[in-house]
Ligand binder design. Structure first.
Ligand code: RIB
Ligand code: NA
Length: 309
């Protein structure tokens, strides 16, 4: 009832190896650390919004297995409603094999498993929460039809939508753009979606305008250490929002920290200019890259400067 941010999206168990570099095809290399963590872009975004103070609910599917049981408990530990976090016998909890190199870059393979069984029926069960939320967030680690349907349900009920097209697909249905109040992607996703190359702030501005023309409300292209670019129909030019320089230990999930923070600001500061929300979300994500892990590195409101609230 008083849930402000609803995420319809993925849960993955992250199996993370830290190694000096990413291996080549056919190669075996020694890593120096292994850990298991809670991941999945949907859940990561929900966790970040919750840690900043949003009342959140997660609409998702995990397996009826150890990883799935642990995941449900993880949501409870983070104060996230699990009323629509369902378990299935028919597939295993999603898993992500992640390698992080010494400069904090990563390579990831996901096996979505149970995430792909989230569909129309589950959305219907979550209907009341979705239509009464302030903000709905979706990504592309579940069946894309489910994401699109959730975005439409929200839109029809005047709930603000954030769509993070990650991981990106080349032939993304054009309806996704029309269903997105804020379309939020990183540089490589923007490249895949438009065929344009993005290597600078200028490129990001160009690609942002191209995406804006596809019918979204606004576009944010995130640029890692360079911050992000915000494109809005009301502004004549895209706006570059720089961020503070930090030493990256692990950039995994930085985009999720950004998107989750954006959802929090949109839900709790609805009149704040989008550029200011993006500036603050940049700073939240910058904290997350400075420690290893995904959700373990996402800051709580109490850890952040009061100016961000
Ligand atoms: O965005 C980071 C996430 O991508 C990881 O947590 C992993 O689960 C993959 O889904
Ligand atoms: Na991190």
């Amino acid at each position: 009832e008083d849930v402000s941010v609803v995420v319809v999206g993925s849960c993955m168990t992250d199996l993370v190896s830290q190694a000096p570099r990413l291996p080549k095809a056919g190669e075996t290399i020694h890593g120096h650390r292994f850990f298991i963590g809670f991941g999945g872009k949907g859940a990561n975004q929900c966790i970040q919004a919750a840690r900043l103070g949003a009342k959140t609910a997660m609409v998702c599917k995990v397996g009826r297995d150890v990883f799935g049981n642990d995941y449900i408990q993880n949501f409870k530990n983070n104060g996230i409603s699990t009323a629509y976090a369902e378990q299935t016998e028919n597939a295993a909890t999603g898993a992500a094999s992640i390698i992080v190199n010494d400069t904090g870059e990563n390579a990831i393979v996901i096996v979505a498993g149970a995430n792909m069984l989230l569909g129309q029926e589950e959305l219907q069960r979550a209907l009341t929460a979705i239509v009464n939320a302030k903000v709905l967030v979706c990504q592309l680690e579940i069946n894309p039809d489910t994401s699109l349907q959730a975005l439409r349900m929200a839109r029809e009920n005047h709930v603000k939508t954030i769509f993070n097209p990650a991981p990106a697909i080349v032939d993304l249905c054009s309806d996704f753009f029309k269903a997105s109040d804020v379309f939020c992607c990183n540089e490589s996703e923007a490249e895949l979606l438009t065929g344009m190359s993005v290597t600078s702030v200028e490129d990001a501005s160009q690609v942002g305008l191209e995406l804006l023309n596809k019918g979204c409300g606004s576009v944010i292209v995130t640029l890692g250490p360079q911050g992000c670019v915000v494109c809005q129909p009301t502004n004549t030019a895209p706006k570059h929002i720089p961020t503070t320089a930090v030493t990256a230990a692990d950039t995994t999930g930085a985009g999720d920290s950004f998107t989750g923070a954006l959802a929090f600001y949109m839900a709790h500061y609805p009149t704040m200019p989008l550029e200011e929300m993006a500036r603050r979300a940049n700073l939240v994500a910058a904290v997350s890259v400075q420690t290893v892990g995904t959700q373990t590195s996402f800051p709580f409101q109490k850890d952040l400067p009061t100016e961000l609230f």
